[in-house]
Ligand binder design. Structure first.
Ligand code: SAM
Length: 233
């Protein structure tokens, strides 16, 4: 089956949309042809994810700046054991908040994202961040790990948690992600990660949920999440 090309809809910025779409292998079309569901829209100022019945979404870099202020003391940073030049695979990159934070702290980060709309937003955010030690690839991370061509110091996994009726609604970008993100066999991907990690595999989890795989070597707790840390084989 031929995969249908993804489309970046343009409002008033056709040339900018063409440059952006070409860089990630997507097509362009005017906004009046946009579909009824979630779609990408690029105008002179920014890229947004739009839906006719829902609030639009754009990604800022402010939260990355805020998070990088807590530096290497943050739970994420301690869980990954951040050092200058350390390589990290952000296996389930989503909007890239964790991956970008790690890159601002000196890591060289590869962000993987499978869902095409999410990937476009991630790619745009990476470009705007102007961090050169950061790259984004649209790939099924299971395939990337299975071919065993690359290794990273740390493989970091932040899989989608199922929505929990008893917890507060997550931020709007996380609600949108829950609406459109891909679901994978995260246990299998977590097991494969050990083949490609030189130092650690780190899995983000809800604070009260059991570990995704076996018991971790140690855990780092944050306010609502927990990082399960495994030494590499
Ligand atoms: C919980 S989100 C990650 C959030 C992210 N840490 C952040 O800071 O924004 C998980 C992401 O993994 C993506 N995903 C699921 N299966 C995948 C796969 N096999 N390969 C790559 N990405 C995948 C989903 O589309 C989703 O965007």
């Amino acid at each position: 089956m031929v995969e249908r090309k993804l489309i970046v809809y343009f409002d008033d910025a056709e040339e900018r949309a063409r440059d952006f779409a070409t860089a990630i292998g997507y097509d362009v079309a005017p906004l009046n042809l946009a579909p009824n569901g979630w779609h990408l829209c690029l105008n002179e100022s920014d890229l947004t994810l739009r839906h006719p019945d829902k609030q639009s979404m754009r990604l800022s870099l402010d939260d990355i700046r805020r998070r990088s202020l807590s530096g290497r003391r943050s739970p994420l940073s301690r869980a990954c054991g951040v050092r200058d030049g350390m390589t990290v695979l952000d296996a389930f990159a989503g909007w890239g908040t964790d991956g970008l934070t790690l890159a601002t702290l000196g890591c060289r980060v590869t962000c993987c994202e499978l869902q095409p709309l999410v990937f476009a937003m991630l790619y745009d955010r990476i470009k705007r961040s102007e961090i050169c030690s950061l790259n984004g690839i649209r790939v099924d991370v299971g395939e990337l790990l299975a071919d065993r061509m690359h290794c990273w110091d740390v493989v970091y996994l932040d899989p989608m948690f199922p929505l929990h009726p008893k917890t507060a609604l997550p931020s709007y970008p996380m609600q949108v992600l829950a609406d459109i993100a891909d679901q994978s066999d995260t246990r299998e991907i977590a097991e494969w990660s050990f083949e490609c990690a030189n130092q650690r595999v780190v899995i983000k989890n809800r604070i009260k949920d059991p570990p995704l795989i076996r018991s971790p070597d140690w855990q780092i707790r944050a306010r609502s999440v927990r990082f399960d840390v495994y030494r590499a084989n």
